[in-house]
Design a protein around this ligand. Structure first.
Ligand SMILES: *Cc1c(COP(=O)(O)O)cnc(C)c1O
Length: 235
């Protein structure tokens, strides 16, 4: 894989930003209400450092080891880093307190493990609950029906703050065809707000990737996770 130059990454981010703004405009939304997360899995610290100098808002990491390496190298500069990949319970210690938000909480077991580690560190960890919208066996996330009990449990855990929902819809031939999934995630969040549970702060909808972020913005995404359209294809 050939690393892009700083100029190429800057141009790519500029184009993504323009497409985000157009989608926001179509949805009668403010572009500044939508965060651009650079999904940096499998990228070098050098590539990450270049992206950190562009108009992205934050980074999203899938792998704990890569996140640690990029922190160690100072590659994020002043940008926050979120954890967006599958997280094993035994790796929680290295992610809690490092990631400004954990997007991929797909079980009560993981939520409890995060709360326990956050208590040890005497911090409060922002998280998103991942929903398995397509009910795919292969995908992480809780079933829609589990959302209420999971949020009720979260409301009892002062060491975690649930900030919203995240999903990776099943693959569709075009991003546009993922819109019903995004609409569903937004409807779920509105439903969850209606439950008026204490201690939650439901303001973040993390949905949409390179092929689908415009569709996600049209359906209410507040954070899109873009990898290939910023860094180029992964090998
Ligand atoms: C890789 C990844 C992305 C970005 O996907 P692209 O198609 O490269 O834009 C977004 N979210 C998650 C959870 C990912 O693993």
């Amino acid at each position: 894989m050939v690393d892009l130059t700083l100029q190429q990454v800057t141009d790519n981010v500029q184009r993504v930003r323009e497409r985000m703004a157009l989608a926001a405009l179509r949805a009668h939304r403010q572009p500044e209400d939508i965060l651009l997360c650079a999904a940096s899995k499998a990228r070098s610290s050098q590539q990450v450092r270049q992206a950190a100098q562009t108009m992205i808002d934050l980074f999203g990491e899938n792998r704990m080891q890569e996140m640690r390496a990029h922190f160690r190298d100072g590659a994020y500069l002043d940008k926050p880093c979120h954890f967006i990949g599958q997280l094993q319970t035994n790796k929680v210690r290295q992610v809690v307190g490092q990631a400004a938000m954990i997007h991929s909480v797909g079980s009560l077991r993981l939520l409890n493990a995060i709360a326990k580690e956050a208590a040890k560190q005497r911090i409060s960890q922002p998280v998103l609950i991942q929903i398995n919208l397509g009910q795919e066996d292969s995908k992480a996330g809780i079933a829609e029906a589990e959302l209420r009990p999971v949020l009720e449990a979260a409301a009892q855990l002062p060491q975690v703050v649930v900030r919203g929902l995240m999903a990776i819809p099943p693959p569709t031939p075009t991003g546009e065809q993922a819109r019903p999934y995004f609409a569903r995630l937004r409807a779920l969040m509105e439903q969850a707000r209606g439950w008026q549970l204490q201690g939650l702060q439901l303001d973040t909808l993390s949905m949409g990737m390179s092929d689908s972020f415009e569709a996600a913005i049209l359906e209410g995404a507040t954070l899109v996770r873009v990898g290939r359209d910023i860094f180029g294809e992964r090998t």
